[in-house]
Design a protein around this ligand. Sequence first.
Ligand code: ATP
Length: 380
Amino acid sequence: MKAQSLGSIRKSFAPWADPTQQPYIEFDAVTKDFGNFTAVDDLTLSIYRREFFALLGASGCGKSTLLRMLAGFETPTKGRIVLDGEDLTGTPPYRRPVNMMFQSYALFPHMSVENNIAFGLKQEGMGKGERADRIAEVLKLVKLEPYAARKPHQLSGGQRQRVALARSLAKRPKVLLLDEPLGALDKKLREETQFELTDLQYELGMTFIVVTHDQEEAMTMADRIAIMEKGQIVQLAAPPEVYEAPASRFVADFVGSVNLFEGKVVRKDAARIVLEAPGGGEMVVDSTAPAEIGETAWYAVRPEKLRISAEPIEGANVLSGEVWEIAYFGDMTSFHIRLDNGQIVRVSMINRHRFSPLQLTWHDRAHVAFDADAGLLLNR
Ligand code: ATP
């Protein structure tokens, strides 16, 4: 499946698909060992100017180490990092045109907002007049003008986050690195700030690299996402492709929720594959993936792509079981259906109407079905 057919969010921005574009940042076969532990393993990656790039992975997968090597706080054991054509090996952090915003924000508690921002500029030797202009500019950018004289403890979590951002932006780095930038914010504020960050990045035309373990955050903000596992990139793609065409079971399961139906390939033709269905029977799925008859494969279907009914459903790709869990979220309801072989199938249903016509409760018999093109056949 091609990425284009999945739809892109920022349609006109895809420098990685244009062979005439030069990458802005290049990790070239970079390895980082800590003793005999390899945190980043022979990783090659190109990031483009003005890109909002996300490194996504579980705790310990090496994403912060990668960012820290770009910032200059760690030195690669092997390989090199190039920024704008310049090899960064040997360049100390303060000489690199990158700035890092830390998880903890690391604000000076005894200094006002204004002075927190001024600190780095003073260190750079910037004159008083220019400094005042620059501070005013970034405070306006992050909408904190009325708070210039406050100390960090007189601000909310979201405001502190914006001070940290203003401080990073004030130095006008070419690249801003954000390590779990929204981790300390509550859900609502996090959602708002995600949009603010993307707007700001677009307005400033800067390159942002964000490290996160929150897939929603990566999906909302990034042009492309690199999914990392054990120091390596296991998929690099735009958000719709990561979600709709995951490269492996690991990615499918890590990003969003997924049902994985395991079965042997029974038959195949040019466009369709017939798999053993869970608990007997067959599943017919659209797929041109290389799959050998007799081999085990997995059909990955997202919960929102299944239909659910209290009545038996006619046709192919129907599974039946017992309603095991129901979670009502207001906008949608999530059902867990326990098939007769014990597998749990997740189905999510948008609550388009205030009163649901679906009368299902715990322990009822339920039937779920999906179309032949609802998911993706994976063989790893
Ligand atoms: P998190 O989301 O928890 O921050 P991460 O993906 O950013 O995780 P890293 O901080 O890059 O992970 O760490 C990757 C691995 O390298 C971890 O197993 C960590 O324990 C190890 N590691 C990181 N820094 C050091 C160090 N200075 N010495 C030894 N091991 C380290």
